[in-house]
Design a protein around this ligand. Sequence first.
Ligand SMILES: NC(=O)c1ccc[n+]([C@@H]2O[C@H](COP(=O)([O-])OP(=O)(O)OC[C@H]3O[C@@H](n4cnc5c(N)ncnc54)[C@H](O)[C@@H]3O)[C@@H](O)[C@H]2O)c1
Length: 357
Amino acid sequence: MAIPTIHVGCTHFARGRLQALVNCKGFYPVACVDINLDAAQEGLESLEGDLPEGLGNRIYTTITEARERHHAEVCLIYASTPVHAKLVVESLNLGLHTLCVKPIATTPDEFREIIRVRKAHPDLMLVQGQNKRWNPAASKMREWLRGSDGIGEMLGGECRFWIRQNLWRADNSLYPDAYVEGIFFHAATAHQLDQLVAAKGLPRYVTACVHQREDHEIARTGVWGTAGGQALLEYPNGAPFCYTGTNASHANPFGWSGHWTFHGENGDIRRDAGHLQLFRKGECVEDCQLQDLHPGLIEDDRLQFDAFADALSTGKNQEWLQETTLGTWILMEACNRSARTGTRVDVERLRAELMDL
Ligand SMILES: NC(=O)c1ccc[n+]([C@@H]2O[C@H](COP(=O)([O-])OP(=O)(O)OC[C@H]3O[C@@H](n4cnc5c(N)ncnc54)[C@H](O)[C@@H]3O)[C@@H](O)[C@H]2O)c1
């Protein structure tokens, strides 16, 4: 049975997530939340499909007000990045299972506050929304990294990502991705490396640097940690993994999914977005072109919401969903800490600092 859900954020990218909620089977929207009521109303009117009757009359400016008036068990948060942490805290304190799009927090203090509240509600699920691990191409890569028919133990790998992302809004204001320090790892790299964490968990150590590139045409204004970054991840078995990413580049060859190679005990993987190849003993033994990200990412979020609903209803993958998506936040923060301090960061120690409160 579908689970009653409050949806936060009804315009721009958030509006598409509301469409994904309408499209999914596991949840249904009982109320919406947005500080801009008129724009939210317009957002709702533009949705397609079977909307619950009267949803347009159930838009509120806070989650608390929505929850006071309607029974709900889940809250999906797609408001602007700087308000994520306070909305996650509000949602958990209202007793709602919560999924908040990455990054759920923008500083370690915000993250610790979330974890403190989560510990006070151990029966609630808390997930960082990571919509790019669900499409068939990402799922295939995960299967080859984890399954018995894949590459076996990972011995090394790399991911390269580049895109030209314009962070000016139509009204000449800036997206938070242009001015929140250290947001590149949390908001861009998270899209790729979440797929690695989902398959292989957290590395033992991270050493990272950020790019200081300025390109005012696309709102690269020189704020620390917003233009791009590189990282060396070392896994507990000694396997190194290299990451290079920038969204101040001139082309977009493999989009948000990037280009990957992996070396393993039993084989190697090459992936360019939706094109994946598995090699063994010098031969390509599997070559497939699979659906990568869907246009508008609505289907990607529909898949994510149904997986979250399934975890709540059946218990399946609950721990994996929570621990790996929060783990991605910790890994991104480890990159920032390493880049700020010029040191190799012990990821397990940072995880304990942020989680064992
Ligand atoms: N996962 C992805 O692929 C992906 C892609 C793009 C954007 N995002 C993220 O999704 C989020 C939403 O993006 P957007 O472009 O729609 O953002 P936005 O800034 O346009 O905000 C979305 C809505 O949230 C509302 N809002 C702002 N503060 C609020 C508050 N305190 N309470 C309730 N509503 C509030 C705004 O009025 C707006 O209607 C951002 O965090 C963004 O980084 C994720």
